[in-house]
Unconditional design. Sequence first.
Length: 284
Amino acid sequence: MEGMLKEGTLKGKTIIITGGGTGLGKSMGKYMLELGANLVITSRKEDVLIKTSEELLQQTGGKVLPVACDVRKYDEILNVINKAEDEFGQIHGVLNNAAGNFISPTERLSHRAFDIIVDIVLKGTYYFTLAAGKNWIAKKQPGTFLNIVTTYAWTGSGYVVPSACSKAGVLALTRSLAVEWAKYKIRSNAIAPGPFPTEGAWSRLLPGDLSNQFNPADRIPLKRVGQHSELANLAAYLMSDFSAYINGEVVTIDGGEWLRSGGEFSHLEHIPESVWDQLEKNRK
Ligand code: HXC
Ligand code: NAP
């Protein structure tokens, strides 16, 4: 899969990616570097960030600044913003991608387990948004937020309830600020991915033998999971000036998964062709 945007699309832009050392954050960051962006990657594990930045530098030749930061700590976020500006001058985009998640029946969760997900996903996103937004507004600089949610932000989902509550909050934040901060030339958009294989997600959402029992591709009308480059293309577009008139949108990239789950008769796909043949014969 190739990158879709032309060379230099993000040249001169500085983009911060939370959770940028692994998984989807790393893949989106790599493509943004290829398009000429300066990247700041941040998460809790400094060793992972340093390793990723060295790898990305080698692969793309682009500039990557790793800064350790727990998104639940406002002071650490301010430190990322300061370091990014010291290194690159101005920040142009923030990709709120960091998350925590696990599967569990809700009645088995402690209140601390619920807190931990809400604190990373919802609080982490509004902390970063508040810090970066205030900075842009004070300096009269335009900016772009891109928030990674998922489709159960609007459908809800059992067994990942803290994550569903948090992603719903992030979606509300995205749409609310798209309107309120447009006057400051700050755009806010979101992407709702369906399943894209990453170590972080798969180990927590399909732990143990579950990965042998459930194949996420079976739920998806296109019968496959997403490829990182497909998400990276979309994220780079929404971060770029090509999407300058898109504000307050959530773009779903899930092969049709969530609509299928909602369709009253979608389960009929399990009826074999021979049965359809018989029904047609009876009708005629
Ligand atoms: C129930 C759990 C649990 C689990 C932890 N806890 N794991 N409860 N089931 N599997 C409880 C603990 O018992 C504890 O509560 C509390 O949560 C905090 O646990 P810690 O282990 O101390 O937390 P910490 O070390 O900070 O780790 C945070 C984490 C971890 C969220 C639990 O998984 C993590 O670091 N995740 C980051 C990356 C990640 O999750 N990536 C996947 C994103 S995928 P008590 O009461 O015992 O103190 C994603 C996909 C969405 O979002 C859509 C897919 C289609
Ligand atoms: P991942 O690799 O586990 O990414 C999560 C990242 O968040 C990690 O880099 C982690 O790094 C960071 N993080 C966690 N807690 C943090 C904290 N307190 N402060 C700062 N950073 C923190 O999983 P992924 O699959 O790439 O997920 C990326 C995003 O896509 C998430 O928002 C997820 O909800 C979303 N998503 C994924 C899928 C999928 O199928 N993969 C589908 C829909 C949505 P540290 O551990 O170093 O902090």
